[in-house]
Design a protein around this ligand. Structure first.
Ligand code: 5AD
Ligand code: SF4
Length: 444
């Protein structure tokens, strides 16, 4: 092993990537490496990449370009590793080899567990390491994790996606769906609880299609898994991310009533309010079906907060179809929404769709949508003023050590005056004011 033992990870993209980075940190710390505070202090830098939109690619290559000077100066005393979804695409690997030859280690989304070996090989053999497995890899259990938070944790329950939405690269980079065994998930969550964790977020590209197999061969669907986890003593909150509307079953909706630990919050990506665009996107539900799901969720759990993802400027989207998205947002009244400009992804069906939308039109629609979404978020936040809510305290703010923040069950960010003894605790906070993206309050 090299004497150069300080590493730093830069993570792009979703919670799955954030969690993979926690595992990478856990493995390297176990092997004696040390986590550096900043990239400049590290002699091993790792980039965990995202390929979901074009600007994520651009940001990654921009950052990689900046490292050339340092690599030229420090040579084998400075190691550059790249991993994540982008590495599952051959054209990206070709570009790295050709234009960024200072990269030392490339590994794929199915090879995260191999990094310590790849680093050992790099230092012993003194040549570059590449490890990309094709899809369908076995799930590797029991990897150590260096969590970002002490009291809340991400737990992978499944990997991959079978849905092939026509705009999306994920099924090509993360492979087919594979579910962990319920026993393995329960064991992990019990261990996390022993370690002080109060809240788990179950992760998967489409958690609703989780299909675990018990040790005795019986099947366990996503709702079954929630019921199992709800019974774990000491666990206080369960969240999940992301769910596909086509697979949101009545059984799962029922869990919002039955399972006290399941938070009153669901992220339910709609992508478009037009049934025609949804069909072109291969989403397998209509506007009406989606609105029906929202109605059912609110009937079962009137407190539930709902957020979503929306793409504007999908190929062929007309002004009228875009207005259907605006009207759907006004009808659902989302608590929040992630809004995206459609971006062409190489190798996806929509890359070849006719009528790609002009950038100016996309930006105009995007701005109009954000205005509608933000107005509704602000109005919804106003409804919380005067209420007292349970907040799981995350810690002090980066800019003011007396201001603390945390999340309500409905995933609202709340800022309040506090002290360090509150970190990791669930406290009652009376909401005194609100902004578009957060609430202000006082501990009571
Ligand atoms: N262009 C824009 N947004 C996209 N998303 C996925 N692929 C694309 C793309 N090609 C968005 C979807 C998804 C979220 C994670 O990213 O809204 O739900
Ligand atoms: Fe992509 Fe659709 Fe799978 Fe989500 S469900 S990861 S949008 S293909």
């Amino acid at each position: 092993m090299s004497d150069n033992k300080k590493f730093f990870i830069t993570t792009f993209g979703c919670q799955m990537n954030e969690h993979d980075s926690e595992i990478i940190s856990g493995m390297l710390i176990e092997k004696g490496y040390e986590l550096a505070k900043e990239r400049k202090d590290a002699n091993i830098v790792i980039f965990n990449t995202c390929s979901i939109r074009e600007n994520a690619d651009k940001r990654f290559f921009g950052t990689l370009g900046q490292l050339k000077k340092r690599k030229m100066a420090e040579r084998e005393n400075f190691t550059v590793c790249v991993c994540g979804c982008m590495m599952q695409q051959q054209h990206i690997i070709d570009t790295i080899k050709e234009k960024y030859p200072w990269v030392d280690v490339i590994f794929g989304t199915h090879n995260v567990h191999e990094l310590p070996i790849l680093l050992d090989n790099l230092y012993k053999e003194k040549h570059k390491q590449l490890s990309i497995w094709p899809e369908g890899a076995e799930i590797v259990e029991g990897l150590p994790t260096e969590r970002l938070f002490k009291h809340k944790a991400f737990v992978n329950i499944m990997f991959g996606c079978n849905n092939f939405c026509t705009y999306c690269i994920v099924p090509y980079t993360r492979g087919r769906e594979r579910s962990r065994k319920p026993e393995d998930i329960v064991r992990e969550v019990k261990n996390l609880v022993k370690d002080g964790v109060k809240e788990v977020t179950l992760l998967g590209q489409n958690v609703n299609s989780y299909k675990g197999e018990h040790d005795n061969g019986e099947l366990c669907d996503f709702a079954d898994l929630i019921y199992l986890l709800n019974d774990i003593d000491g666990l206080e909150r369960i969240r999940f991310m992301t769910s596909h509307p086509k697979d949101l079953s009545d059984k799962l909706i029922g869990a919002f009533k039955d399972c006290a630990k399941l938070c009153h919050y669901v992220h339910l990506p709609v992508q478009s309010g037009s049934s025609k665009v949804l069909k072109e996107m291969n989403r397998k539900y209509t506007r009406e079906k989606y609105l029906d799901l929202v109605k059912k969720l609110r009937e079962i759990d009137p407190e539930i907060a709902i957020s979503t993802d929306i793409i504007v400027g999908f190929p062929g989207e007309t002004e009228e179809e875009f207005e259907e998205t605006l009207s759907l947002c006004k009808e659902v009244r989302y608590d929040s929404a992630f809004t995206f400009l459609y971006s062409i992804r190489k190798g996806t069906p929509a890359e070849n769709f006719k009528d790609q939308i002009n950038e100016d039109v996309k930006h105009n629609r995007f701005n109009r949508l954000v205005e509608v979404i933000n107005d509704i978020s602000q109005e919804k936040n106003k409804e919380y003023v005067g209420k007292t809510l349970k907040v799981l305290v995350e810690g002090p703010s980066k800019t003011n050590s007396k201001t603390f923040s945390g999340r309500t069950e409905t995933f609202k960010l709340v800022n309040f005056k506090g002290d360090s003894s509150m970190t990791g605790e669930i406290v009652n906070v009376k909401i005194t004011d609100c902004n578009t993206f957060s609430l202000e309050g006082q501990v009571v």
